[in-house]
Design a protein around this ligand. Structure first.
Ligand code: GDP
Ligand code: IMO
Ligand code: MG
Length: 423
């Protein structure tokens, strides 16, 4: 049976999905985003340039390749328009090969306003949302109030907008005041809707299934990471979509048996941006050093990312949830200058040691049990074969692979497209 492949993040996001999708895209005909929205920031580096994508799939720079924004995505037309302008500046021809699923939901200006008001209302307990309107938009989707991209083709589009906006204005009365210029935001929003009209709208579920059946090679691109999944992440400090493989089925309209390879991406250490539990977090000089060496600042918000060691119980959990068939490890070069590196192999909680996560990481004191490894203390630049890696790096990778029981097939040694070792 013809199948599609999946790439997703196994941690709390920012694993380097953009770089890997961009690299692998040359082996595919279609790249399709299946969830999330402009909360994502996917960084690509090649030809001496850096590009950050939020909504546009990371296959857009590969000539001729089709990029589909699936129904599971929530799209802010204003952010999207900005991304398209940046692509135009870089001379990327996208008009006939960037497709929008009619059933993807629209982020309205008032969704962003609600996001900000809801976070302000939570005070100290705030999620640390990117404030892009993600939560309120998915709430309207499941609450059966949302607006979808296909609605822009309906004569009642403006009425639908007014009705939803009015509902939002009522809701905003229960929240603290936040600064928001609705008039200006609205004008920009309607202008950007016209940009959407210039792109092909498709019934994504038919499109993707017909493409797979006709032998087209499809890669599904995830956003965020499995620990931010609405069901299985560190709830409530999560995003509002299913970031795991199951989200591919609902976010593109493909059946489970259509899922082929599942490539799970993890950094060689771990980061998180925003609030919520992070068992291996290092709030010391080592954490600071990971942040500096790894340039760990958010691609979407610029916030410093929290840093810590790689967490194997956490990865075993997300490998299980996703049915990962192979691993890709990014940012191993960030550890080049460390005399020693570490990995959490088990968790200590409730008086015992465990390799499973507790029900609620938010309300359980968890202490990671660390295993230390000797560092390699040299640059990995120019290395293109696993066997050419320093022995200490190979030991680290082999040990993680044994522990996780899944082969590490790709090792990324720098942000640039070509810095990738295939094993
Ligand atoms: P994404 O959201 O998963 O696509 O990841 P982001 O783009 O938000 O964050 C990953 C960051 O790490 C970006 O700045 C990338 O350019 C960078 N990056 C990706 N792979 C590597 C790598 O192997 N080494 C280093 N040093 N940086 C990398
Ligand atoms: P990519 O695709 C890292 C985090 C936010 C916040 C929580 C909820 O670049 O890996 P939201 O805006 O969804 O309401 O925020 O999720 N978050 C991300 N963290 N990478 C991302 O995307 C993220 N998208 C959301 O920081 O803690
Ligand atoms: Mg990111």
């Amino acid at each position: 049976m013809q199948q599609l492949d999946v790439i997703l993040g196994l941690q709390w996001g920012d694993e380097g999905k953009g770089k890997i999708v961009d690299f692998l895209a040359s082996q595919y005909d279609i790249v399709a985003r299946f969830q999330g929205g402009p909360n994502a920031g996917h960084t690509l580096k090649f030809g001496g340039n850096k590009y950050i994508l939020h909504t546009v799939p990371s296959g857009i720079f590969r000539e001729g390749l089709i990029n589909l924004i699936g129904n599971g995505v929530v799209l802010d037309p204003v952010v999207f328009q900005r991304e398209l302008r940046a692509l135009e500046k870089s001379n990327v021809q996208f008009h006939r090969r960037l497709l929008l699923s009619r059933k993807a939901h629209l982020i309205l200006p008032t969704h962003r306003w609600l996001d900000a008001a809801s976070e302000a209302h939570k005070g100290k307990l705030k999620i640390g949302s990117t404030l892009k309107g993600i939560g309120p938009t998915y709430m309207d989707k499941t609450g059966r109030n949302g607006m979808r991209i296909g609605d822009i083709e309906l004569p009642i589009f403006r009425d639908l907008y007014e009705a939803l906006k009015t509902k939002h204005m009522e809701l905003l009365r229960i929240y603290p005041e936040v600064d928001f210029d609705l008039k200006a935001e609205e004008a920009a929003w309607f202008e950007s809707i016209d940009t959407l009209r210039s792109l092909p709208l498709v019934d994504g579920e038919y499109y993707i299934n017909e493409a797979i059946a006709s032998g087209k090679r499809v890669l599904a691109e995830g956003a965020q990471g499995s620990m931010l999944d609405i069901d299985f992440g560190t709830y409530p400090f999560v995003t509002s979509s299913n970031t795991i493989t199951a989200g591919v089925c609902t976010g593109l309209g493909v059946a489970p048996q259509r899922i082929g390879r599942v490539i799970g991406i993890t950094k060689a250490y771990c980061t998180r941006v925003g609030s919520g539990p992070f068992p291996t977090e290092l709030e010391d000089e080592t954490g600071e050093r990971l942040r500096t060496e790894g340039q760990e600042f958010g691609s979407t918000t610029g916030r410093p990312r929290r840093c810590g060691w790689i967490d194997l119980p956490q990865l075993r959990y997300t490998i299980l949830l996703n049915g990962v068939t192979e691993l890709c490890m990014t940012k191993i070069d960030v550890l080049n200058t460390f005399g020693a590196v570490a990995a959490a192999t088990r968790y200590r909680y409730g008086g015992g040691e465990h390799s499973n996560l507790p029900y609620d990481l938010c309300h359980t004191e968890v202490e990671p049990v660390l295993k230390h490894y000797k560092g390699w203390g040299c640059s990995l630049d120019g290395i293109l074969a696993f066997d050419d890696l320093p022995a200490e790096a190979r030991t680290f990778l082999d040990d993680l692979e044994n522990y996780l029981g899944i082969p590490i097939r790709m090792i990324s040694t720098g942000p640039e497209r070509e810095k990738l070792i295939m094993k």
